[in-house]
Design a protein around this ligand. Structure first.
Ligand SMILES: [Zn+2]
Length: 102
């Protein structure tokens, strides 16, 4: 077990259609030392990769199942976090997959 950073987000459960706050542990940030991040924060990652989507997996508080979250980084700043349904609705296809690491 290492120490990981957490990104906090509010996402709707696709099964129960209830929005809830979740904290997703991420392993790709620069510091990796129990930092907490929210939308708008600079995570120190991807500064040379503009407009990157990162996929993460989390366990939903509402239904206890795993869902995907898509995190948009622009110059290392968390610009937006959306659920899988919204990602598909926008016809987005390219993302970095970190979801295997849960
Ligand atoms: Zn759920």
């Amino acid at each position: 077990m290492g120490v990981y950073d957490t990104i906090h987000m509010e996402l709707e459960c696709p099964k129960k259609k209830i929005k809830s706050k979740v904290g997703v542990q991420v392993k790709w940030t620069e510091k990796q030392y129990l930092e907490d991040y929210n939308v708008g924060d600079d995570v120190g990652f991807g500064k040379n990769m503009d407009n990157v989507w990162v996929r993460e997996e989390y366990i939903c508080d509402e239904c206890k199942k795993r869902h995907y979250a898509y995190i948009n980084l622009k110059n290392g700043v968390v610009k937006e976090i959306i659920a899988e349904a919204e990602f598909k609705r926008r016809n987005l296809t390219n993302f970095l997959d970190y979801s295997d690491l849960l």
